[in-house]
Ligand binder design. Structure first.
Ligand code: ADP
Ligand code: MG
Length: 687
C-alpha cells in the first residue's frame, strides 16, 4: 500500500510467528486486513428468552448458573445449567480447560451463545461461546460478530482484534468517482467496509450472505473487478508499447499464393479473423491475439498464412504445439502447403537424430530456414531464431505465462508477434476478464459440409454389443478411435491399460488391423502409427489422451471413449472433435461405469446434449467455476477473492469501461487501485 496516511503497520505490531501466520492468508499490509471480509456473522446483539429458543436456532441467552458438575460418563464432560426468567437450559463441554468449571459457580451470570439442540433433559447447547456478565449490566455488543476465514494457529478473536484495529486507522482513500458509485447504487469504500466488518445491531445476517448481493459487497466486488481490469489492461499496454517487426502484405506474397492454391474457400469467419491478424502484423507493435474457434473450425490455415507473411518479409516464424503428435501433424500439413511454394520448414523434435537436429538448428540460426515447427521444446536454449517475428502457439490453454515470457528472449532487437490459438472456447465473462490482456478473435463458424456428430452414452455392460457394431462398421470401411481411460494417478498404469485394451480388442477382432499410440512411444514411432491410421491401413487406433488435441484424420468417423466419466468436459469435447471432420455421419460412444457421481452425470449429460463448444464451455464454467476452468496457476492472472465471474457478470462491463477511463485520464489512481487489490502479484504480469 502506497498510502502514506496509514503508517502504523499492523503486521509489524505482532509477533513474528503471528505475522507469518497472517501472511499465509495474505494479511500483510493494513489494507489487506480491511479487505479480509467475513464469511458469515453471528448475532450476539440480542438475547433470546430461554423459553423461546427453538431447536436448531443459533441464539444467545443470558441467565444465572444454577448448577454445574463434571460427569464421568463414557467420556468426561462438564455440564452447567443456566436459568433465566423464562426457563432453563444445559450446556455441555467435552473438552475444557481446568479453569472453566470454577468459573461456572452457582449464582454467576453468563451469556451463552450457540445452537440449540435437544438434550437429555430439555434443550442444551454444546460448547457454547460464553461470557461472564456483571450484575451492573454489561452492554450487548452494538454490531454483529463477524466470522472470518482463518488458518491453523490463528484464532478468530485475534483476527477480529487486528481487523478492528485496522478499521480504527484513518480510512483508505476513496478511489472511485462518486457519480459512478451513485449511478451504480454503491456505497463508499469506507461505508462498505464498516458495514461488512461491523454490521449494526438489528441487521439480519441473511441480508449480508454473499449470494444476496448487498450493495456493500457489490461495492467491493466492483472495485476488485476494476483492479483486475486495470492490471490486465496495463499488462496489455506494456507489451503493446514494445517494438515488433512490421510484416507487410503484398498482393503476390507467399500467403497470397497459398490462398489461390487452397482446395477450399475460407469461411466468412476465417476471412474476418485473417483480416484482424493481417492488420496486427502490419503494425510496429507486437500482436497479442487469441484466436479461438471450436474444434475443426480451421485455425491452422490462418496460422500458416501468418507464418508465410513473416517469411515473405524475410523474417522467421515458429509454430508450437503441446504434443509431439500434434507438432508432427502440423509439420505434415504445413509441408503440404509450403513445399509447392518452395519454402522449406524445420521440424525440431525433443528426441531423434542428433546430427539432423544440429543441422536444422544451424539453418535456423543462420536464417537459411524461416519456419520451425515443434513443441514447446522450441523455447529451449539451443534453439536460436535471430529473426523471429511471429510465434504461433496452438492450444494455448497448455501454455503458461512463463513460456510466453521465454519467447521474448529468443530475439534481442524486438518482440515477436504472438498468436495463440485455442479450441477451448472461452466464455465471454472470462474473455473479458482473465484474457483481457489479449485481443480476441473468434471463428464462430465451421467449414461447410460437416455432418453433426451423434453422441451415445452406454454403460460398460454394453461393451460386447458396441464391439460387435464397431466390427460391422469397420468391415464396411469405417475407421475408429478407441480412447483409453484417463488414470490421473499414474501414467504407467494408464499406459498399461492402453496396452491391455489394445491386446484385448485385437484378440476380440482378429480380422481388423488395430494400432496403438501412447505418450511413451518415440516421436518417430508415433508418427508412423498415425500415418498408418491416416492412410487407412489401420481400422482402429487405440490411444491414450495423446490424441486429445488437434489430431486431424478426416476419414475417422467413430470414437469410443472408455470410462468417459473420468474425463473433464473440455477434454471430452476435444476428443470428440477428432471425428466429424469428413462428410460421413460420425458417432461418438461414451462408455461409462455406474454409479456416477452427480458432477460426472452432469458432465456426460452436457456432452450428450451439446455439440457447440461455446455452450459446453459455458456449462463447464457453471460446473467447475472460473478458477478451475482456466487453471489459475497457469494463467498468472491475479485471483479474485470476492468477485465471482458468473454471479457478478453485470459488474464486469462497467468495471472494464471505468478501467479504460482511469488508465487514460487518471493513471495514478488506476495504479493505486491495482496496488490495493493485487499488490505484489501485478509484478508477474509486467515482468
Ligand atoms: P482446428 O481449428 O481444430 O485446428 P483445423 O485447422 O485442423 O481445425 O481444420 C480442420 C479441418 O478443416 C482441416 O482438415 C482443414 O484443412 C479443414 N478446413 C479448414 N478450413 C476450411 C474451409 N474453409 N473449408 C473446408 N475445409 C477447411
Ligand atoms: Mg488445431
Amino acid at each position: 500500500m502506497t498510502d502514506p496516511a496509514i503508517e502504523t503497520s499492523l503486521a509489524a505490531s505482532v509477533s513474528p510467528a503471528l505475522a507469518a501466520r497472517l501472511s499465509r492468508i495474505g494479511l500483510v499490509r493494513n489494507i489487506d486486513f480491511l479487505l479480509h471480509l467475513p464469511l458469515r456473522y453471528e448475532d450476539e446483539t440480542r438475547l433470546t428468552p430461554i423459553a423461546e429458543a427453538k431447536i436448531g436456532d443459533t441464539v444467545q441467552v443470558e441467565g444465572e448458573i444454577l448448577h454445574s458438575e463434571i460427569l464421568q460418563r463414557k467420556r468426561r464432560q462438564l455440564i452447567a445449567q443456566l436459568r433465566d426468567d423464562t426457563g432453563t437450559l444445559h450446556a455441555r463441554w467435552l473438552n475444557f480447560y481446568p479453569s472453566l468449571p470454577p468459573r461456572l459457580a452457582p449464582g454467576a451470570r453468563f451469556r451463552f451463545f450457540g445452537e440449540i439442540r435437544a438434550g437429555f433433559s430439555g434443550i442444551e447447547m454444546v460448547h457454547p461461546r460464553i461470557s461472564a456478565v456483571s450484575e451492573s449490566d454489561t452492554p450487548l455488543p452494538a454490531a454483529l460478530t463477524p466470522v472470518y476465514p482463518t488458518t491453523a494457529g490463528l484464532a478468530q478473536s485475534a483476527l477480529r482484534k487486528l481487523i478492528l484495529a485496522a478499521l480504527r486507522l484513518p480510512p483508505p482513500p476513496e478511489l472511485l468517482p462518486p457519480e459512478l458509485c451513485a449511478h451504480l447504487g454503491l456505497p463508499t469504500l469506507h461505508n462498505a467496509l464498516s458495514l461488512l466488518h461491523q454490521p449494526p445491531a438489528g441487521t439480519d445476517p441473511a441480508t449480508l450472505a454473499p449470494e444476496n448481493d448487498h450493495p456493500a459487497w457489490q461495492r467491493l466486488r466492483f472495485e476488485e473487478l476494476l483492479a483486475q481490469q486495470i492490471t490486465l489492461r496495463r499488462a496489455w499496454a506494456a507489451r503493446r508499447a514494445q517494438t515488433a517487426p512490421v510484416l507487410h502484405a503484398r498482393a503476390d506474397d507467399l500467403a497470397a499464393q497459398l490462398l489461390t492454391r487452397l482446395p477450399f474457400q475460407l469461411t466468412a469467419a476465417q476471412e474476418r479473423a485473417l483480416a484482424e491478424i493481417d492488420a496486427d502484423l502490419a503494425r510496429a507493435h507486437p500482436m497479442q491475439r487469441l484466436l479461438q474457434g471450436d474444434v475443426g473450425s480451421g485455425k491452422t490455415i490462418l496460422a500458416a498464412l501468418a507464418m508465410l507473411r513473416a517469411a515473405s518479409n524475410g523474417q522467421q516464424a515458429v509454430l508450437m504445439a503441446p504434443t509431439e503428435i500434434l507438432a508432427e501433424q502440423h509439420h505434415q500439413r504445413l509441408t503440404q502447403w509450403f513445399a509447392p511454394l518452395g519454402l522449406a520448414l524445420e521440424r525440431i523434435a525433443a528426441t531423434g537424430n542428433r546430427k539432423q537436429r544440429q543441422a536444422a538448428l544451424q539453418r535456423l540460426q543462420s536464417q537459411q530456414s524461416r519456419i520451425a515447427v515443434g513443441t514447446h521444446a522450441l523455447l529451449e536454449d539451443p534453439v536460436a531464431l535471430p529473426a523471429l517475428a511471429l510465434a504461433v502457439v496452438d492450444e494455448q490453454h497448455r501454455f503458461g505465462v512463463r513460456q510466453r515470457l521465454a519467447l521474448r528472449q529468443k530475439t534481442t532487437h524486438s518482440v515477436p508477434h504472438l498468436l495463440m490459438m485455442s479450441a477451448t472456447p472461452i466464455p465471454r465473462t472470462l474473455a473479458m476478464t482473465h484474457f483481457a490482456d489479449l485481443d480476441c478473435t473468434t471463428i464462430d463458424e465451421l467449414p461447410p459440409g460437416r455432418t453433426p456428430i451423434r453422441t451415445l452414452l452406454a454403460t460398460d455392460a454394453r461393451r460386447a454389443e458396441i464391439i460387435a457394431r464397431l466390427a460391422h462398421a469397420c468391415a464396411s470401411g469405417a475407421q475408429a478411435y478407441w480412447v483409453c481411460p484417463l488414470i490421473e494417478e499414474s501414467e504407467t498404469l494408464q499406459l498399461q491399460t492402453a496396452c491391455e485394451t489394445h491386446a484385448r480388442l485385437q484378440s476380440e477382432l482378429p480380422q481388423l488391423a488395430i494400432g496403438l499410440v501412447h505418450g511413451r512411444l518415440k516421436p518417430a514411432e508415433k508418427a508412423q502409427v498415425m500415418q498408418q491410421f491416416s492412410d487407412g491401413a489401420l481400422h482402429i487406433l487405440v490411444a491414450t489422451t495423446v490424441i486429445e488435441v488437434g489430431v486431424d484424420v478426416p476419414r475417422a468417423s467413430i470414437m469410443v471413449i472408455e470410462h468417459a466419466e473420468r474425463f473433464g468436459l473440455a477434454q471430452l469435447h476435444q476428443l470428440r472433435g477428432r471425428v466429424g471432420r469428413g462428410r460421413a455421419q460420425s458417432t461418438c460412444i461414451l462408455l461409462y461405469s455406474p454409479p456416477l457421481s452427480a458432477t460426472a452425470r452432469d458432465r456426460l449429460q452436457v456432452i450428450h446434449r451439446h455439440t457447440d463448444g461455446f455452450a459446453i464451455a459455458a456449462e463447464d464454467l457453471r460446473i467447475r467455476g472460473p478458477g478451475e476452468f482456466i487453471g489459475a496457476r497457469q494463467s498468472g492472472v491475479p485471483i479474485l477473492r470476492l468477485a465471482d465471474l458468473t454471479r457478478d457478470e453485470p459488474l464486469i462491463a462497467p468495471a472494464r469501461q471505468l478501467a479504460e477511463e482511469l488508465l487514460t485520464h487518471a493513471p495514478e489512481r488506476a495504479h493505486a487501485i491495482a496496488q490495493r487489490w493485487f499488490g505484489a502479484t501485478e509484478a508477474l504480469l509486467n515482468a
